[in-house]
Design a protein around this ligand. Structure first.
Ligand code: ADP
Length: 304
Protein backbone atom coordinates (compact mmCIF):
# COMPACT_ATOMS: atom_id res chain seq x y z
CA UNK A 1 0.00 0.00 0.00
CA UNK A 2 2.96 2.31 0.71
CA UNK A 3 4.00 2.03 -2.95
CA UNK A 4 0.69 3.43 -4.20
CA UNK A 5 -0.70 6.95 -4.58
CA UNK A 6 -4.47 6.86 -4.12
CA UNK A 7 -6.27 8.81 -6.85
CA UNK A 8 -9.99 9.08 -7.77
CA UNK A 9 -12.73 6.68 -6.77
CA UNK A 10 -13.85 4.83 -9.91
CA UNK A 11 -16.92 3.09 -8.60
CA UNK A 12 -18.52 1.19 -5.77
CA UNK A 13 -19.32 -2.48 -6.03
CA UNK A 14 -21.25 -4.86 -3.80
CA UNK A 15 -18.19 -5.67 -1.69
CA UNK A 16 -16.07 -2.55 -1.72
CA UNK A 17 -14.65 0.32 -3.66
CA UNK A 18 -12.65 0.51 -6.89
CA UNK A 19 -10.04 3.28 -6.93
CA UNK A 20 -7.60 4.62 -9.43
CA UNK A 21 -4.07 4.39 -8.01
CA UNK A 22 -0.56 5.11 -9.25
CA UNK A 23 2.37 2.82 -8.53
CA UNK A 24 4.91 5.42 -7.38
CA UNK A 25 8.07 3.64 -8.61
CA UNK A 26 6.89 2.78 -12.13
CA UNK A 27 4.26 5.58 -12.50
CA UNK A 28 1.85 2.90 -13.79
CA UNK A 29 -1.79 3.82 -13.20
CA UNK A 30 -4.00 0.96 -12.11
CA UNK A 31 -7.52 0.23 -10.91
CA UNK A 32 -7.46 -1.18 -7.37
CA UNK A 33 -10.42 -3.11 -6.05
CA UNK A 34 -10.90 -3.36 -2.31
CA UNK A 35 -12.81 -6.37 -0.99
CA UNK A 36 -13.62 -6.22 2.69
CA UNK A 37 -13.52 -9.71 4.23
CA UNK A 38 -13.59 -10.54 7.90
CA UNK A 39 -11.24 -13.52 7.61
CA UNK A 40 -8.08 -14.57 9.41
CA UNK A 41 -4.66 -14.02 7.83
CA UNK A 42 -4.17 -17.62 6.70
CA UNK A 43 -7.46 -17.54 4.77
CA UNK A 44 -6.59 -14.15 3.26
CA UNK A 45 -3.20 -15.56 2.27
CA UNK A 46 -4.93 -18.51 0.62
CA UNK A 47 -7.00 -16.11 -1.48
CA UNK A 48 -3.90 -14.16 -2.55
CA UNK A 49 -2.22 -17.43 -3.59
CA UNK A 50 -5.27 -18.48 -5.60
CA UNK A 51 -5.40 -15.10 -7.32
CA UNK A 52 -1.87 -15.72 -8.55
CA UNK A 53 -3.29 -17.78 -11.43
CA UNK A 54 -4.36 -14.43 -12.90
CA UNK A 55 -0.75 -13.77 -13.89
CA UNK A 56 -1.37 -16.42 -16.57
CA UNK A 57 -4.62 -14.82 -17.70
CA UNK A 58 -3.26 -12.86 -20.59
CA UNK A 59 -5.63 -12.23 -23.50
CA UNK A 60 -6.78 -9.14 -25.39
CA UNK A 61 -10.27 -9.49 -23.88
CA UNK A 62 -9.21 -9.87 -20.23
CA UNK A 63 -8.03 -6.97 -18.03
CA UNK A 64 -4.38 -7.33 -17.13
CA UNK A 65 -3.68 -8.39 -13.55
CA UNK A 66 -0.84 -6.62 -11.71
CA UNK A 67 -1.01 -8.30 -8.32
CA UNK A 68 -2.96 -8.65 -5.08
CA UNK A 69 -2.22 -8.24 -1.38
CA UNK A 70 -4.13 -8.06 1.87
CA UNK A 71 -4.09 -5.37 4.50
CA UNK A 72 -6.30 -4.98 7.59
CA UNK A 73 -8.77 -7.74 6.57
CA UNK A 74 -9.21 -6.37 3.06
CA UNK A 75 -8.02 -8.00 -0.14
CA UNK A 76 -6.65 -5.47 -2.64
CA UNK A 77 -6.53 -6.46 -6.23
CA UNK A 78 -4.68 -4.33 -8.79
CA UNK A 79 -5.58 -4.46 -12.46
CA UNK A 80 -5.29 -2.55 -15.70
CA UNK A 81 -7.04 0.82 -15.54
CA UNK A 82 -9.73 1.04 -18.23
CA UNK A 83 -10.25 4.77 -18.81
CA UNK A 84 -13.80 4.61 -20.20
CA UNK A 85 -15.22 2.67 -17.22
CA UNK A 86 -17.77 -0.11 -17.40
CA UNK A 87 -20.52 -0.79 -19.91
CA UNK A 88 -23.02 0.22 -17.24
CA UNK A 89 -21.37 3.66 -17.05
CA UNK A 90 -21.66 4.09 -20.83
CA UNK A 91 -25.15 3.10 -21.90
CA UNK A 92 -27.70 5.86 -21.53
CA UNK A 93 -31.38 4.98 -21.86
CA UNK A 94 -33.08 2.84 -24.46
CA UNK A 95 -31.24 1.98 -27.69
CA UNK A 96 -28.25 4.22 -26.89
CA UNK A 97 -25.75 1.68 -28.25
CA UNK A 98 -25.66 1.28 -32.05
CA UNK A 99 -26.00 -2.29 -33.24
CA UNK A 100 -22.49 -2.58 -34.72
CA UNK A 101 -20.95 -1.29 -31.47
CA UNK A 102 -23.09 -3.70 -29.45
CA UNK A 103 -22.04 -6.65 -31.60
CA UNK A 104 -18.36 -5.69 -31.17
CA UNK A 105 -18.75 -5.49 -27.37
CA UNK A 106 -20.53 -8.84 -27.29
CA UNK A 107 -17.95 -10.48 -29.60
CA UNK A 108 -15.11 -9.40 -27.29
CA UNK A 109 -17.02 -10.61 -24.24
CA UNK A 110 -17.71 -14.03 -25.76
CA UNK A 111 -14.04 -14.45 -26.76
CA UNK A 112 -13.00 -13.43 -23.23
CA UNK A 113 -15.36 -15.98 -21.67
CA UNK A 114 -14.17 -18.69 -24.04
CA UNK A 115 -10.56 -17.89 -23.12
CA UNK A 116 -11.33 -18.30 -19.41
CA UNK A 117 -13.03 -21.63 -20.07
CA UNK A 118 -10.51 -23.11 -22.51
CA UNK A 119 -7.26 -21.76 -21.08
CA UNK A 120 -7.91 -21.44 -17.35
CA UNK A 121 -10.76 -23.97 -17.04
CA UNK A 122 -12.89 -21.48 -15.12
CA UNK A 123 -16.29 -19.94 -15.57
CA UNK A 124 -16.69 -16.23 -14.98
CA UNK A 125 -19.59 -16.53 -12.46
CA UNK A 126 -20.36 -12.80 -12.39
CA UNK A 127 -21.02 -11.60 -15.93
CA UNK A 128 -22.83 -8.23 -15.81
CA UNK A 129 -22.42 -4.76 -17.32
CA UNK A 130 -20.18 -3.48 -14.48
CA UNK A 131 -17.72 -6.30 -15.18
CA UNK A 132 -17.34 -5.46 -18.88
CA UNK A 133 -14.90 -2.54 -19.00
CA UNK A 134 -13.76 -0.39 -21.90
CA UNK A 135 -11.03 2.12 -22.74
CA UNK A 136 -10.82 5.10 -25.07
CA UNK A 137 -8.82 3.05 -27.54
CA UNK A 138 -12.04 1.08 -28.07
CA UNK A 139 -10.92 -2.10 -26.32
CA UNK A 140 -13.47 -4.18 -24.41
CA UNK A 141 -12.35 -6.48 -21.59
CA UNK A 142 -13.71 -8.67 -18.83
CA UNK A 143 -12.85 -8.27 -15.17
CA UNK A 144 -13.86 -9.79 -11.84
CA UNK A 145 -14.02 -13.45 -12.74
CA UNK A 146 -14.26 -16.23 -10.19
CA UNK A 147 -10.69 -17.42 -10.08
CA UNK A 148 -10.38 -17.98 -6.33
CA UNK A 149 -12.62 -20.65 -4.80
CA UNK A 150 -11.86 -19.27 -1.31
CA UNK A 151 -12.89 -15.78 -2.33
CA UNK A 152 -16.07 -17.07 -4.01
CA UNK A 153 -17.01 -18.98 -0.85
CA UNK A 154 -16.46 -15.93 1.32
CA UNK A 155 -18.60 -13.75 -0.93
CA UNK A 156 -21.30 -16.26 -1.87
CA UNK A 157 -23.67 -15.58 1.03
CA UNK A 158 -24.43 -12.03 -0.01
CA UNK A 159 -24.63 -12.82 -3.70
CA UNK A 160 -28.40 -12.90 -4.27
CA UNK A 161 -29.00 -9.18 -4.34
CA UNK A 162 -31.75 -7.01 -5.78
CA UNK A 163 -30.09 -7.09 -9.18
CA UNK A 164 -29.47 -10.72 -10.01
CA UNK A 165 -27.85 -11.85 -13.24
CA UNK A 166 -28.02 -15.49 -12.16
CA UNK A 167 -29.50 -18.01 -14.57
CA UNK A 168 -32.78 -19.71 -13.57
CA UNK A 169 -31.01 -23.02 -12.84
CA UNK A 170 -28.50 -21.25 -10.64
CA UNK A 171 -31.21 -19.47 -8.64
CA UNK A 172 -33.03 -22.80 -8.21
CA UNK A 173 -29.79 -24.51 -7.17
CA UNK A 174 -28.87 -21.84 -4.61
CA UNK A 175 -32.35 -21.80 -3.11
CA UNK A 176 -32.17 -25.57 -2.57
CA UNK A 177 -28.56 -25.41 -1.43
CA UNK A 178 -27.47 -27.54 -4.38
CA UNK A 179 -23.98 -26.36 -5.11
CA UNK A 180 -22.50 -27.09 -8.51
CA UNK A 181 -25.82 -27.45 -10.32
CA UNK A 182 -24.81 -24.81 -12.79
CA UNK A 183 -22.21 -24.76 -15.51
CA UNK A 184 -20.69 -22.44 -18.05
CA UNK A 185 -24.18 -22.12 -19.64
CA UNK A 186 -25.14 -19.95 -16.65
CA UNK A 187 -22.57 -17.36 -17.76
CA UNK A 188 -24.28 -17.35 -21.16
CA UNK A 189 -27.60 -16.42 -19.52
CA UNK A 190 -25.91 -13.58 -17.59
CA UNK A 191 -24.40 -12.34 -20.86
CA UNK A 192 -27.85 -12.37 -22.51
CA UNK A 193 -29.31 -10.41 -19.61
CA UNK A 194 -26.44 -7.91 -19.78
CA UNK A 195 -27.10 -7.39 -23.51
CA UNK A 196 -30.81 -6.77 -22.87
CA UNK A 197 -29.94 -4.33 -20.06
CA UNK A 198 -27.54 -2.46 -22.36
CA UNK A 199 -30.20 -2.09 -25.06
CA UNK A 200 -33.01 -1.12 -22.66
CA UNK A 201 -30.82 1.16 -20.56
CA UNK A 202 -32.06 -0.49 -17.40
CA UNK A 203 -31.93 -3.82 -15.55
CA UNK A 204 -34.63 -6.03 -17.17
CA UNK A 205 -36.28 -7.11 -13.87
CA UNK A 206 -36.64 -3.71 -12.14
CA UNK A 207 -36.94 -4.28 -8.35
CA UNK A 208 -39.64 -1.59 -7.98
CA UNK A 209 -42.07 -3.66 -10.09
CA UNK A 210 -41.95 -6.61 -7.68
CA UNK A 211 -43.29 -6.75 -4.17
CA UNK A 212 -40.10 -8.38 -2.90
CA UNK A 213 -36.86 -10.06 -3.98
CA UNK A 214 -38.54 -13.48 -3.89
CA UNK A 215 -41.17 -12.37 -6.46
CA UNK A 216 -38.42 -10.94 -8.63
CA UNK A 217 -36.42 -14.18 -8.56
CA UNK A 218 -39.63 -16.12 -9.31
CA UNK A 219 -40.06 -14.00 -12.44
CA UNK A 220 -36.55 -14.96 -13.60
CA UNK A 221 -37.16 -18.65 -12.92
CA UNK A 222 -40.76 -18.96 -14.18
CA UNK A 223 -41.44 -15.96 -16.46
CA UNK A 224 -40.67 -15.47 -20.15
CA UNK A 225 -37.10 -14.31 -20.75
CA UNK A 226 -36.66 -10.62 -21.64
CA UNK A 227 -35.85 -9.48 -25.19
CA UNK A 228 -34.06 -6.59 -26.86
CA UNK A 229 -36.16 -3.81 -28.49
CA UNK A 230 -37.03 -5.16 -31.95
CA UNK A 231 -37.86 -1.81 -33.54
CA UNK A 232 -34.25 -0.66 -33.22
CA UNK A 233 -32.15 -3.84 -33.35
CA UNK A 234 -32.22 -6.40 -36.18
CA UNK A 235 -33.91 -9.79 -36.07
CA UNK A 236 -30.39 -11.32 -36.23
CA UNK A 237 -29.47 -9.53 -32.99
CA UNK A 238 -32.74 -10.64 -31.38
CA UNK A 239 -32.12 -14.22 -32.41
CA UNK A 240 -28.62 -14.11 -30.91
CA UNK A 241 -29.92 -12.82 -27.59
CA UNK A 242 -32.79 -15.34 -27.54
CA UNK A 243 -30.15 -18.10 -27.84
CA UNK A 244 -28.45 -16.77 -24.68
CA UNK A 245 -31.71 -16.47 -22.76
CA UNK A 246 -33.05 -19.99 -23.29
CA UNK A 247 -34.53 -21.03 -19.95
CA UNK A 248 -33.30 -24.63 -20.31
CA UNK A 249 -29.48 -24.56 -20.03
CA UNK A 250 -28.98 -27.46 -22.47
CA UNK A 251 -30.77 -25.47 -25.19
CA UNK A 252 -28.73 -22.31 -24.60
CA UNK A 253 -26.09 -21.33 -27.18
CA UNK A 254 -22.50 -22.43 -26.57
CA UNK A 255 -19.54 -20.08 -27.13
CA UNK A 256 -18.79 -21.89 -30.39
CA UNK A 257 -22.37 -21.43 -31.62
CA UNK A 258 -22.30 -17.77 -30.62
CA UNK A 259 -19.05 -17.09 -32.47
CA UNK A 260 -20.53 -18.81 -35.55
CA UNK A 261 -23.84 -16.94 -35.30
CA UNK A 262 -24.48 -14.58 -38.26
CA UNK A 263 -24.58 -11.61 -35.85
CA UNK A 264 -20.97 -12.13 -34.71
CA UNK A 265 -19.85 -13.27 -38.17
CA UNK A 266 -21.07 -9.91 -39.54
CA UNK A 267 -19.07 -8.21 -36.78
CA UNK A 268 -15.95 -10.17 -37.74
CA UNK A 269 -16.40 -9.19 -41.40
CA UNK A 270 -16.44 -5.49 -40.46
CA UNK A 271 -12.77 -5.91 -39.41
CA UNK A 272 -10.76 -4.11 -36.70
CA UNK A 273 -11.47 -0.59 -38.03
CA UNK A 274 -14.95 -1.29 -39.38
CA UNK A 275 -16.74 -0.18 -36.21
CA UNK A 276 -16.20 3.32 -34.79
CA UNK A 277 -15.70 2.20 -31.20
CA UNK A 278 -13.55 5.22 -30.29
CA UNK A 279 -16.16 7.64 -31.66
CA UNK A 280 -19.01 5.99 -29.76
CA UNK A 281 -17.01 5.79 -26.52
CA UNK A 282 -16.08 9.48 -26.77
CA UNK A 283 -19.74 10.48 -27.17
CA UNK A 284 -20.86 8.09 -24.41
CA UNK A 285 -18.27 9.58 -22.00
CA UNK A 286 -19.42 13.13 -22.83
CA UNK A 287 -23.04 12.13 -22.16
CA UNK A 288 -21.97 10.51 -18.88
CA UNK A 289 -20.24 13.74 -17.79
CA UNK A 290 -23.45 15.70 -18.46
CA UNK A 291 -25.45 13.09 -16.47
CA UNK A 292 -23.04 13.22 -13.56
CA UNK A 293 -22.99 17.02 -13.56
CA UNK A 294 -26.82 17.00 -13.40
CA UNK A 295 -26.72 14.51 -10.51
CA UNK A 296 -24.20 16.68 -8.65
CA UNK A 297 -26.31 19.82 -9.04
CA UNK A 298 -29.42 17.85 -7.98
CA UNK A 299 -27.63 16.78 -4.79
CA UNK A 300 -26.64 20.42 -4.18
CA UNK A 301 -30.24 21.65 -4.64
CA UNK A 302 -31.59 18.91 -2.35
CA UNK A 303 -28.87 19.70 0.21
CA UNK A 304 -29.89 23.38 0.44
P1 ADP B 1 -19.54 -4.81 -8.97
O1 ADP B 1 -19.32 -5.30 -7.59
O2 ADP B 1 -20.92 -4.27 -9.22
O3 ADP B 1 -19.07 -5.81 -10.00
P2 ADP B 1 -17.08 -3.49 -9.22
O4 ADP B 1 -16.66 -3.34 -7.81
O5 ADP B 1 -16.46 -4.59 -10.00
O6 ADP B 1 -18.66 -3.56 -9.24
O7 ADP B 1 -16.83 -2.17 -10.04
C1 ADP B 1 -17.49 -0.96 -9.73
C2 ADP B 1 -17.15 0.07 -10.77
O8 ADP B 1 -15.74 0.35 -10.76
C3 ADP B 1 -17.43 -0.31 -12.23
O9 ADP B 1 -18.76 -0.03 -12.57
C4 ADP B 1 -16.46 0.58 -12.99
O10 ADP B 1 -17.02 1.87 -13.15
C5 ADP B 1 -15.29 0.68 -12.05
N1 ADP B 1 -14.19 -0.25 -12.47
C6 ADP B 1 -14.05 -1.55 -12.14
N2 ADP B 1 -12.93 -2.09 -12.69
C7 ADP B 1 -12.34 -1.08 -13.39
C8 ADP B 1 -11.13 -0.98 -14.19
N3 ADP B 1 -10.32 -2.03 -14.38
N4 ADP B 1 -10.85 0.21 -14.76
C9 ADP B 1 -11.69 1.27 -14.58
N5 ADP B 1 -12.81 1.24 -13.85
C10 ADP B 1 -13.15 0.09 -13.25
Amino acid sequence: MDDLDLLDELGKGAYGTVRKVRHTKTRVEMAMKEIRLELDDSKLNGIIMELDILHRASAPEIVEFYGAFFYESCVYYCMEFMDAGSLEDLYDGQCSVPEDVLARIVGCTVRGLRFLKDNLQIMHRDVKPTNIVLNRKGEVKLCDFGVSGQLEKSLAKTNIGCQSYMAPERIKGESQNLLGTYTVASDVWSLGLSIVETTMGTYPYPPETYSNVFAQLQAIVHGDPPQIPGDYYSSTARDFVAGCLEKVPAKRSTYKQMLEHPWLLQDKERGPDGVDMQGWIKVAIERREVRREKERSQVKIEGK
